[in-house]
Structure formats: structure tokens, C-alpha cells
Write a protein that binds this ligand. Structure first.
Ligand code: F6R
Length: 590
């Protein structure tokens, strides 16, 4: 949530570099944006409402002179509406410093009252402006000292970047929100995520919680608890610029859906014995908890069915935001497995922090290997799907499902069979994702694009997939969509069905088939329009979307056509599928 990025170096077009980089981070927030840059010791600010993606770099020439230092921010509003005033960077009355921030300052109301009493005048409704005024209070002692003193007063999560009129450095600090330094030759970058600077460098240094970095010729890292300088390793990055761009596709969402032709194979190609280590940890643990949020939470729920069926093993699952309420059961023999694309989701991170305090072992199944979750964990299983930029998770979801299927098989002592199943599934996905298949789903999208509500049902491991399907449909098409366990319909939700209501039935070719078909007949009897996602056609279906029959890997293939459907519904309803309203990738606030 919120993308932040800064540049200091030998190039004279720092504002342009920062705007281009922010465009790469737009998936993190897109309601407004702004930059601050230095020219001859003066601070220049430009901020505006709207998507940074819509801003033409050529317009920038009108408002900027040469500059070698700039910071910027693409916002996802938390405190204060979407206005130019509330957009970052924020300054004080004297305009001596500019600050951008990602996170939430929890005690900002109390701090603001004190600052107002001390004579500070606020221009915005944001929590961030409080930090600017706090820094200003001690600015005479130098920027570094003033930031350190301000930070001591903050409660909550933050990643901040600050520049001042007088000093030619960028100072950054973090607690709970991501910041990564990109190390170049005579130039350095700092961003909430790597794609911002991938064009310039593939060497990074990580800023950890309670650390500060001063970006000058060489980044200088400081431990804020001990005030000592820390040495940081330079880590090479595997991602390349093409991975982070749309290429021939009109949107990241469809690009990432189509990438699932290859991603499953990349995901299961895990070297280093990570899967075996996870299996050992599960066997030793007195209680394993699978934790994730949103889509990742649905994946965890699906995994609990896979572990039950394949490995005959009970696993607890809960959403990140709910996990802390179970802390009473945790001991130093409990195991928490966090599932996440970004590795920065605040609710999942909080769950990990709670578990860590109790001495639990931590494992993460995560895409961003440089993320906070990955760095907090004892064992990391990377998804290896490359950057996922569309807000709606697609390729990361199926990769998470693939890893958890593999772990379930490994737990059952049958890792090779699990691998074979997934290799076969990857091949089938490759065959399935052809233009004719997409057109068939597009035809369905045309039929139902005008509906107000739709429902998805599934059973067993495909019940969480029904929930996930509903999330996909909601977030990009804005159609009211809900997922149910098929058997639950008759206990209430069936009252929602009326003539023509589209209902997707996920019908796997397994022991659940007859039950879910029975539920589908009940819907049909109430006038529902039945869309079957299934390996075989059935007379009950009004529209059939064929999926390959891949046994225990069925959740992976069943969700893909629904991802495509959600994408085309979004396009037909003139929504931007990459940037759905009210949402942002990487939810770094609680
Ligand atoms: C929905 C979606 C979200 C994320 C959730 C967790 O398509 O992407 O529900 O799954 O915000 O994010 P990560 O996986 O980054 O922890």
C-alpha cells in the first residue's frame, strides 16, 4: 500500500527517474501521487490527484530544472480523503523538509494535538504530516538527529523518506513497511519494491525494521536501537525489466494469467531440500497453523483439505488478522506457515510476530524473496513466479497451491508422485490456455456482464476455490459475487437465487461430484443459470467451461478459467482490472 521511491546520483533528471519508477509501483496505490526534488538547495514539490500512470513524462519538462535528488509517492489513502493536499510529499510551514510515508502512525491524533499547541499549522488530514512537524521541531540539530528524535515518538508502522533544503542526502527509516536500497555506480535508489529501479541496477541492500539509511554516495545503514553503523551485504536480484512489464498484453492481469503456462513448473522446481525441511518441521510440530490473507487465506483453507486427504494430517488454518486471537494455544513447539505473494501483508506479519514471541518456528511460502516475511522465517519456500503486479492475484495463487500440494505429497512420503502430478498439470494448463479457450470464456462474459449478483459453489478442496473465485469476480468486475460450500446452500443462501442468476459450479471429477451436482440441480430448480467448471459436460450446465482432469491438483486448474472470466467481465464493464477501485497490491496496513 503506497509506493515510495527516491533517487540520488549523477543523473540530472531525478524527477523523471522517480516518476518512471513510481509508475512501476503504481499497483501499490493509485489515488494520487507526488514528488519532491532539489534544485540549487531549493525544494520543489509537485502533487496531484489521479493515477501516476496517466501522467506524461513530457509534461514534466515544463516544471522541472536539472535535479539529482528526488523522492516520490503513489498513494492509497488511509488518513484523509483523496485530495491534492493529502497527497505526499508533505512539508511544514517553512518548507524546509519534504517527507513521503507508507504505513500508519497509530498515535498521530495525540501527537497532532501537542504539535498544534506548540504552534504548528497543519495543511493536510494525514498522519504523515505529523512526522514532518516532529522532524522540524529539532531540525536545527541536523536532519539525521531530528529524524531519530521524531521516530522515537511514533507508534505504528512506517517507511519514511525525508529530504531537506539544506542537506544533499535522502534519509530513510522503517518499522513494519518495506524499503529496499538499489545500489548503482555513483547513484543509489530506495523504494518500497524492486521494480522501481530494476532498469538501473540489480544489486540491492535491505533495510530492516528499526534501521535508518542515509543515501549519499554510498548508503550508510544505522541501527536505531544502538545507534551503531551496520554493514549490509549487497544481494543480486534475478528479476529482469521484461518480467515487470506488460509486454504484448494490454494488462498485467491477463499477462500474469497467461504466464501460468510456465509458472507451475518453475514453482515446483525447488532445489535445496526446502520441501523436505518443511515436512520435517510439520512432523515435529505440536500444531501447525497455515496463515494468509485474502486469496492467500483461501489457498491455506484449500491446503487444509489437501493435507487431510493426501497426508491424513490435520492443519489449522486462519486469516492473518484472526490468528493473534489464537495465541493462547501457541508454544515453542508450534509451527506457523505464512502464505503470501508480497511477503509484506501487515496482518500476516502481525500473525508471525505473535508466533515469534511465543517461540514458534516460522516458515513462509512467499513470492518476494526479499520481503519482510521471508527474512523473518526459519525456512523459505519461494514461489518463483516473478513479479506479480496486477492487484488481483493469479499466478501467485496457483503457485501457492502447487507448493502446498507438493508438501502434502511429501508429508505422505510420496514427493515424486506429487511432482509428477504437478508436471502433468502444468502441461495441461499449457494446452488449455489457448486463444479459443479465452474466446469461449469471453462469450460467457458477454452474456453475464450486466448481472448484479452471481454465486460460486464448490465442495471440499474446491469450496475454498469457490470463495477465491468470488474474490476475483468482486475485485475486478465489481459484480456482487459470493462463494459457498454447495451443501450450505439449502441452509440459507439458496434464497438469493432467482430466475437467471448466474451460478458457477466447480465440479471436480472425484468423490464430491454427485453432491455438488445435486446442489447444482437445486439451484437450477430455482431458475439459476448454471455455469459448470468441470472436466466433463453435464445436462444441468447452461454453459460449460472445460478444465483438465488432474485429480488432487483440481483447485489449480479450476480457478484459472474464473480468473479469465473476472478479467473479461472487468474489461466489458469498463473497469481497469490492474487497478481496481479501493484496493491496492500489498496491504501493508492493518
Ligand atoms: C486478491 C488478492 C489479495 C491478497 C491479500 C494477501 O486477489 O490479491 O486478497 O491475496 O491481500 O496478499 P499477499 O499474498 O501479498 O500476502
Amino acid at each position: 500500500m503506497c509506493g515510495i521511491f527516491a533517487y540520488k546520483g549523477h543523473r540530472n533528471n531525478a524527477p523523471e527517474i522517480v516518476i518512471k519508477g513510481l509508475k512501476m509501483l503504481e499497483y501499490r496505490g493509485y489515488d494520487s501521487w507526488g514528488i519532491a526534488f532539489k534544485t540549487d538547495h531549493a525544494l520543489n514539490i509537485h502533487k496531484q490527484v489521479g493515477k501516476i500512470g496517466d501522467f506524461k513524462i513530457s509534461d514534466l519538462k515544463k516544471m522541472t530544472a536539472k535535479s539529482q535528488l528526488a523522492i516520490g509517492h503513489s498513494r492509497w489513502a488511509t488518513h484523509g480523503g483523496v485530495t491534492q493536499m493529502n497527497a505526499h510529499p508533505h512539508c511544514t510551514e517553512k518548507n524546509e523538509i519534504a517527507i513521503v510515508h507508507n504505513g500508519i502512525i497509530e498515535n498521530f491524533t495525540e501527537l497532532k494535538k501537542i504539535l498544534i499547541k506548540n504552534g504548528h499549522i497543519f495543511k493536510s488530514e494525514t498522519d504523515t504530516e505529523v512526522v514532518a512537524h516532529l522532524i522540524e521541531e529539532n531540525l536545527k540539530k541536523g536532519l539525521e538527529k531530528a529524524i531519530k528524535m521524531a521516530i522515537k515518538k511514533l507508534e505504528g508502522r512506517y517507511a519514511i523518506l525525508v529530504i531537506s533544503e539544506k542537506e544533499d542526502v535522502i534519509i530513510a527509516a522503517r518499522r513494519g513497511s518495506p524499503l529496499i536500497v538499489g545500489v548503482g555506480k555513483d547513484e543509489n535508489f530506495i523504494a518500497s519494491d524492486i521494480p522501481a529501479f530494476l532498469e538501473y541496477t540489480k544489486k540491492v541492500q535491505y533495510l530492516d525494521d528499526n534501521e535508518m539509511v542515509i543515501i549519499d554516495k554510498k548508503p550508510k545503514f544505522i541501527d536505531l536501537k544502538t545507534d551503531k553503523i551496520i554493514k549490509k551485504r549487497e544481494v543480486p536480484i534475478e528479476w529482469n525489466v521484461e518480467n515487470a512489464e506488460k509486454g504484448v498484453y494490454p494488462h498485467f492481469m491477463i499477462k500474469e494469467i497467461m504466464e501460468q503456462k510456465d509458472t507451475i513448473c518453475r514453482t515446483i522446481n525447488q532445489n535445496g531440500g526446502g520441501i523436505e525441511k518443511v515436512v520435517e518441521s510439520i512432523k515435529k510440530a505440536y500444531g501447525t497453523y497455515l496463515v494468509g490473507c485474502g486469496t492467500a487465506g483461501k489457498v491455506c483453507l484449500a491446503a487444509s483439505y489437501l493435507f487431510s486427504k493426501i497426508a491424513k494430517k490435520h492443519i489449522n488454518t486462519t486469516f492473518g488478522s484472526e490468528f493473534p486471537s489464537y495465541h493462547h494455544f501457541l508454544t515453542n513447539r508450534s509451527l506457523l506457515i505464512a502464505v503470501s505473494q508480497s511477503g509484506e501483508t501487515a496482518d500476516t506479519l502481525e500473525a508471525m510476530e505473535v508466533a515469534k514471541e511465543k517461540g514458534c518456528k516460522l516458515i513462509s511460502i512467499v513470492n518476494v524473496e526479499s520481503s519482510t516475511m521471508a527474512r523473518m522465517s526459519d525456512i523459505i519456500i519461494p514461489l518463483k513466479v516473478g513479479p506479480e503486479k496486477a492487484v488481483a492475484s493469479t499466478k501467485a495463487t496457483t503457485a501457492q497451491l502447487a507448493i502446498l500440494t507438493l508438501i502434502a505429497y511429501a508429508l505422505a512420503g510420496d514427493l515424486d508422485r506429487g511432482k509428477q502430478l504437478l508436471i502433468n498439470t502444468a502441461g495441461q494448463i499449457n494446452d488449455m490456455l489457448n486463444p479459443r479457450y479465452e474466446d469461449h470464456i469471453k462469450t460467457l462474459a458477454k452474456k453475464i456482464a450486466g448481472v448484479e449478483s452471481m454465486y460460486v459453489i464448490g465442495k471440499a478442496v474446491n469450496y475454498p476455490m469457490a470463495l477465491e473465485a468470488a474474490i476475483k469476480l468482486q475485485e475486478v468486475s465489481y459484480i456482487h459475487a459470493e462463494g459457498f460450500a454447495g451443501g450450505e446452500l439449502k441452509h440459507g443462501p439458496i434464497a438469493l437465487i432467482s430466475k437467471g442468476t448466474p451460478c458457477i459450479a466447480i465440479v471436480a471429477n472425484d468423490e464430491t461430484k454427485n453432491d455438488i451436482l445435486g446442489n447444482t440441480i437445486e439451484i437450477k430448480a430455482r431458475g439459476g443459470y448454471i455455469i459448470g467448471v468441470s472436466p466433463e459436460n453435464n445436462e444441468i450446465f447452461d454453459y460449460w467451461i472445460k478444465v483438465p482432469d488432474v485429480g488432487d491438483a483440481s483447485p489449480i486448474v479450476n480457478i484459472i478459467p474464473i480468473q479469465i472470466l473476472a478479467y473479461h467481465l472487468a474489461i466489458m464493464r469498463q473497469n481497469n482490472p490492474d487497478m481496481p477501485r479501493n484496493l491496492a497490491k500489498s496491504v501493508t496496513v492493518k
